[in-house]
Design a binder for this molecule. Sequence first.
Ligand code: SAM
Ligand code: SF4
Length: 352
Amino acid sequence: MTRAGPLVDSHGRILRDLRVSVTDRCNFRCLYCLPETEAAQNFYRGHWAHLPNPAPIVQQWVPRSELLSFEEIERVVRLATSLGIRKIRLTGGEPLLRHEVESLVARLAGIPGIEDLAMTTNGFLFPPKARALRDAGLRRVSFSLDSLDPVNFKKITGRDGLATVLESIRLAQELGFHPVKVNAVVIREINDHELESLAEFARVRALSLRFIEFMPLDSARAWQKDMVLSGREILRRLQARFPLRPIAADHASATAKRWAFADGPGEIGIIAPVSEPFCGHCNRIRLTADGKVRTCLFSVTEHDLRPLLRNGNSDADLGEWLRGVVWQKEARHHIGEPDFVAPPRSMSCIGG
Ligand code: SAM
Ligand code: SF4
């Protein structure tokens, strides 16, 4: 393990990206993440009902006393930045549910060394917060949007929220957030028929749209490989409809392969962690809302930072501890292999 320089793991990967979950709670119930019981059962009953699945995760919210405070999050981010982290993304659960999250943004925006501060949100609570977030120093925002059809949107998210999310995207562009990204998880027979219309939406509205393969991180444990529309399949369909021009990756750790529309603004990206894993270049770690450091989305082990933060340890002690944790970062995930074990918490708790 190294004792100086940037955070590095035992496979030689330098860590630059920290995702901070500020809450495990959410106001949506997306089928692929945190489905409500009935929706989850419908999901099971469909085309894949005959396939065996592990038992669903029983969702237990983290008690509020166990959530990291803004002071604690700021301390971890300062420390991580001093060790070479350059990108911070606030996520959840739904980050806008965390009371006065804009004051956390303001604390983080002032930390020297952060080159990129962003947030991922479902957008439902964005309109009244948008100006405050921008004033606090947030520059980049990604919205989740898996459907442009109000009925399908409700089926997927469990909420009647399409109009509000569309308004959030418009407002973010109007306020000068840049780039405004949109994430769409594509699930066969759930929303794959909307691929082209979502891409057209990105083209017309000059958005950066990311299609994401469905990963086995849903609390219902309904995931099956057959439900995943592979990145290759997504690309083939889009190329059949739109003239696309590849965009070179900015850096090796980029997760999305990107294409510009040859005949208009906007771009699409495809994130294919299941069919084309990019673990070899992964430069991310995660901090959960209850202060656990995760070295991989699919980690089955979490490293508990909260007691160290609350027991009077120095920054030097914490830095040493973090180096040790990062060193253990998994080489890769094992999705689709016989030895794959899904993490014990869903994406909403891990922080996507
Ligand atoms: N609630 C916010 C939102 O939905 O944007 C932030 C948290 S959410 C967990 C972050 C991202 O994870 C979202 O873009 C969501 O679509 C994605 N996600 C959640 N579960 C997923 C799954 N099983 N497979 C792929 N992506 C998933
Ligand atoms: Fe909530 Fe985001 Fe998960 Fe949907 S994807 S349930 S909005 S945390």
